[in-house]
Structure formats: structure tokens, C-alpha cells
Design a protein around this ligand. Structure first.
Ligand code: MN
Length: 240
């Protein structure tokens, strides 16, 4: 059987006076899929969203990666002053990709921004800024305390009986954390499967689809040294 093809969504830079605009992805996403036995392919952000159909026609699975904030228009809110950078090209492409992938029951694994985007796509809402709207004594943006990307920042408790618990083989895991937004209202049809100690939602899944697992943390950065993180990628690739 040929190896399975995993589409990974990209980030874009707007460009500055000294730097041209770029589409890019952190190497860790590619490495994590590769080490799980999948074949990664990068999907750029497109001006013409009808092109997503052509990508989906060759993909076996879709991985929504991390990145900037989802535009609050998608959940009918005005921008909060602490809202971060927005990428409308990326919002459009990823919303179209995720919608069509779920409609065709293609397995989807979503990370960080991807986790938030899926919740919004399916009818949920976000806290636009955790420090302003849901203050916590836990750092969810570990760069604020100078922790590197592969380092752990906080624990999450995982719901017993969930697919996530089965995948990682535990009801507890350590995670890194690089988000200033969080899930507020959870979309209908999604089952929350993990919380941080302060109650912030850190994972969901859905029994309505063949494979839909989404996490707020970045297991692609910790998969090299943490078996539970690595298993999130092998479980996804094995489900394709
Ligand atoms: Mn967190």
C-alpha cells in the first residue's frame, strides 16, 4: 500500500520593506508526519478557494497547523484590542479546506490555530485574548517565561474513555503552550477531551466523523522526545 499523503496548511508573512511575503511552515510539522510514516505535502494559502478541491482529491488526510489568530468576523464578534495578527487569505483557504475535508469524512488533525479554526467553522467562539478575558495563573504563552518550543509548560488532564486518552495511553500528559486565545463556546457536535489545570480547553474530538482530533498545544515540537506526543501523529497517519 502506498504511503499516505498528509496535507499541511501553511503560514504566510505579509512582508516588510526588507522582506518579501512568504508562505512557510515550521519544520517540526513536516518532521512529525514523516516520523509517523506519512508523506507530508504543504498546501499554500490561495486566492481562489475553489482550488482546495483539487488538493483534497489527492490527499489522504489534512493537518491544520498553528499560526496567527482567526478573524473574529467568523464568529460574529468585533475585534478585541488584544486581538493578534490576522491573515484573511489563510482564513479563507483553511475554512474551505476544513469544511470540504469534513464533508467528505477525510481524517483531520488540528493543532493550535487549527483547533481554534475548527471550533469556529463548526459554530463555536473564542476568547480573543486569555490575559484580558479569562485571566489565569498558568502561562499559556510559554515564550513569556522564556521556555523553548520543545519544552513542557503545563499539564493537561484527559477525559477517560476519549479517543485522545486511548491514543496517548494516559489521562494525563505534559504539553507546551503557545496560545493567547482559547475556546469559549464549544461548537455543537464537538466533545471536549482535555483541560489545563485552570480550565482552559486543550483538546476536542468528534464522534460524528471518521477521525477528528484537535489539540491546543504543539505536539509536533515535543514528538522528538515525548512518546505521547509522537503517538498523536502515528494514530493520525494510521487512521488514513
Ligand atoms: Mn495551553
Amino acid at each position: 500500500m502506498p504511503q499516505k499523503l498528509v496535507g499541511i496548511t501553511c503560514s504566510t508573512t505579509a512582508g516588510t520593506a526588507t522582506e518579501v511575503p512568504r508562505q512557510f511552515i515550521n519544520r517540526a510539522y513536516v518532521r512529525a508526519i514523516e516520523q509517523a510514516g506519512g508523506v507530508p505535502i504543504l498546501i499554500p494559502n490561495l486566492a481562489d478557494n475553489s482550488m482546495v478541491e483539487r488538493y483534497l482529491s489527492v490527499l489522504d488526510g489534512l493537518m491544520l497547523s498553528g499560526g496567527v489568530d482567526v478573524a473574529p468576523d467568523y464568529y460574529d464578534e468585533a475585534p478585541h484590542p488584544a486581538l493578534g495578527e490576522i491573515d484573511s487569505l489563510r482564513d479563507g483557504t483553511e475554512m474551505a479546506l476544513a469544511k470540504r475535508a469534513l464533508e467528505s469524512d477525510m481524517p483531520v488533525f488540528a493543532i493550535c490555530r487549527g483547533f481554534q479554526l475548527l471550533n469556529v467553522l463548526l459554530g463555536g467562539t473564542l476568547y480573543q485574548d486569555i490575559p484580558a478575558q479569562k485571566p489565569s495563573d498558568i502561562y499559556h504563552r510559554q515564550s513569556d517565561i522564556n521556555l523553548a518550543r520543545p519544552e513542557f509548560c503545563h499539564s493537561v488532564s484527559i477525559h477517560k474513555g476519549s479517543r485522545l486518552a486511548e491514543i496517548v495511553g494516559s489521562c494525563e500528559m505534559m504539553t507546551n503552550s503557545f496560545h493567547h486565545q482559547a475556546l469559549k463556546d464549544v461548537a455543537p457536535g464537538l466533545t471536549v477531551t482535555a483541560h489545563a489545570p485552570d480550565g482552559v480547553i486543550e483538546a476536542f474530538e468528534s464522534p460524528d466523523y471518521r477521525y477528528l482530533v484537535a489539540v491546543q498545544f504543539h505536539p509536533e515540537e515535543t514528538a522528538v522526545h515525548d512518546d505521547k506526543s509522537h503517538r498523536l501523529f502515528t494514530a493520525f497517519v494510521n487512521a488514513l
